[in-house]
Design a protein around this ligand. Structure first.
Ligand code: AP5
Ligand code: MG
Length: 204
């Protein structure tokens, strides 16, 4: 059973809401954010990226943000306590207007998935974007020219890939019945047509 020893907002409203929840998995640079933007445009779902939540915390300049920044620069996983707390808080904030949630970059380890389903709700679908490390590195180095992201450099990208490979397989294995693996090597448009098929299948 996952460790639940942390401060959490009351998640009862989320448990009772019964709106679809989609987890979006994939290595660094696999196109999670790109596909989520397209999904938001078509379905009006609420997109929450745990990476974006954490970067906002870093930008706040708080002591916790400073500690998070170090972990992210090392390409490691931030404490699940912090991630789950920020995620639940944001989901509650968006609940009144949400038709469904896209949780981008979560879970990153199996225990995170267990915590989420225990505290919030079972997810309905897992979208998993698969691409080779070569493709991921090329995309991120290209994005580095304009992203301003502290973790878009060769050394940190290698560490992010290692972290991803050490943790992802057990997640995909555990949730294989609701996982849709999609090759992320294609164009964003072709990838999206597969995404649409998967989402339409859970909405009917
Ligand atoms: P996060 O911000 O989630 O980073 P990431 O997983 O490394 O993924 P990215 O956001 O870099 O890439 P993406 O898959 O969204 O791809 P994108 O669409 O941008 O997490 C950052 C850090 O926060 C983690 O390392 C960790 O420290 C921490 N963290 C986050 N969640 C956590 C959690 N749950 N628990 C603990 N720690 C956590 O695309 C990338 C580039 O490719 C773009 O330039 C895009 O234009 C291009 N592109 C996209 N699709 C295509 C395509 N089909 N063909 C060609 N180019 C494409
Ligand atoms: Mg992203």
């Amino acid at each position: 059973m996952a460790n639940l020893d942390f401060d959490m907002p009351d998640t009862t409203p989320l448990k009772n809401a019964g709106i679809p929840i989609i987890w979006v998995l994939g290595g660094p640079g696999s196109g999670k954010g790109t596909q989520c933007d397209k999904i938001v445009e078509k379905y009006g779902f609420t997109h929450i990226s745990t990476g974006d939540l954490l970067r906002a915390d870093v930008a706040s300049g708080s002591d916790r943000g400073k500690a998070l920044e170090q972990v992210m620069k090392e390409g490691q996983l931030v404490s699940s306590k912090v991630v789950m707390g920020l995620l639940a808080e944001r989901m509650l904030m968006e609940l009144i207007k949400s038709k469904g949630y896209l949780i981008d970059g979560y879970p990153r380890e199996l225990a995170q998935g267990e915590q989420f389903e225990q505290l919030i709700s079972p997810c309905k679908l897992v979208l998993y974007f698969e691409a080779s490390d070569d493709t991921l590195v090329k995309r991120l180095l290209h994005r580095a020219l304009s992203s301003g992201r502290e973790d878009d450099n060769e050394e940190t990208i290698k560490k992010r890939l290692n972290t991803f490979h050490s943790n992802n397989d057990p997640i995909v294995q555990a949730y294989k019945d609701k996982t849709k693996s999609i090759s992320a090597e294609d164009t964003p448009e072709n990838i999206f047509s597969q995404v649409v098929q998967s989402i339409d299948a859970i909405l009917t």
